[in-house]
Design a protein around this ligand. Structure first.
Ligand code: NAP
Length: 236
């Protein structure tokens, strides 16, 4: 069966991805910052046994990313989902307050860039060969509609938007530099997670189901695209 590698698999969209792929019989490498506290992941691990591996990974720790890359040197990874992300210490709506035009917390902004931009770049470069060795060869960069320049018609969210817009350009760049992979930037939709908040439009399981159906149809022709969960192009 194929293998999927997911960062930030403890909750939200990352958790849903590993749960749904485990159910489909895939081999799972689920990364979490604090596996000992990741009770729901531990339950899945108990259920699926050797096919479900939990790895400790804080994505800002580059030496741990390299260690994990060496550990799985001979493991082809069909789909790597660079999912771990943050809007700062609070989910919605609290996260709107510290990233406005007249109230910017620069420390939080730096951290958002570290997690949402530098880390996925580091993970992608460390695992490029693992993905290239696989059948599917798909690298998913979890972006957001809030990273779309064209769709920015209501302002705000400066730190988060900037991190995702920059993630989009590195995703595009990787599709140019790595012809041996398919690289997509993905807008999952506004989902009811810690980050998305209670007012969001859709449940995480619904978004992930659509994302996974869409991944099945992705080929190298889609590399370099910014897509929504249905596979429709999102304006940059
Ligand atoms: N929800 C939405 O509406 C929405 C919309 C567009 C895009 N997205 C994107 O989708 C992705 C997942 O978001 P979500 O909605 O599922 O949010 P979430 O429920 O807040 O989950 C975020 C996950 O990222 C992990 N994470 C944060 N910082 C990390 C770090 N330094 N190292 C490792 N893991 C870290 C968290 O780990 P802990 O559990 O240890 O804190 C958590 O598992 C993010 O990239 C987000 O920007 C979400």
């Amino acid at each position: 069966m194929p293998t999927v590698f997911v960062t930030g698999a403890n909750r939200g969209l990352g958790y849903e991805h590993v749960k749904q792929y485990a159910h489909k019989g895939w081999k799972i490498i689920a990364c979490a910052r604090e596996p000992e506290k990741a009770n729901k992941l531990q339950e899945l691990c108990g259920e699926y046994g050797d096919n479900f591996i939990i790895e400790q990974l804080d994505v800002v720790n580059h030496s741990d990313i390299d260690k994990l890359s060496r550990k799985f040197k001979n493991t082809p990874i069909d789909i790597l989902i660079n999912n771990a992300g943050t809007s700062g210490p609070l989910g919605m709506p609290g996260a709107m307050a510290y990233q406005t035009i007249d109230n910017m917390d620069y420390e939080i902004w730096r951290n958002i860039l570290e997690v949402n931009l530098l880390s996925p770049f580091k993970v992608a470069t460390a695992f490029h060969n693992h993905i290239a060795q696989s059948e599917k060869k798909l690298l998913v960069m979890m972006s957001s509609d809030l990273g779309s320049v064209e769709q920015n018609t209501f302002g705000g969210f400066y730190s988060y938007r900037a991190s995702k817009a920059a993630l989009n350009i590195i995703s595009k760049g990787m599709s140019v530099d790595w012809k041996d992979l398919s690289v997509i930037a993905l807008a999952p939709g506004w989902c009811k997670t810690y980050l998305g908040g209670k007012e969001a439009e859709i449940q995480p399981d619904e978004s992930v189901e659509k994302q996974q159906d869409m991944f099945e149809k992705i080929t190298s022709k889609n590399s370099g695209m910014f897509l929504d969960r249905f596979g429709k192009e999102v304006s940059w």
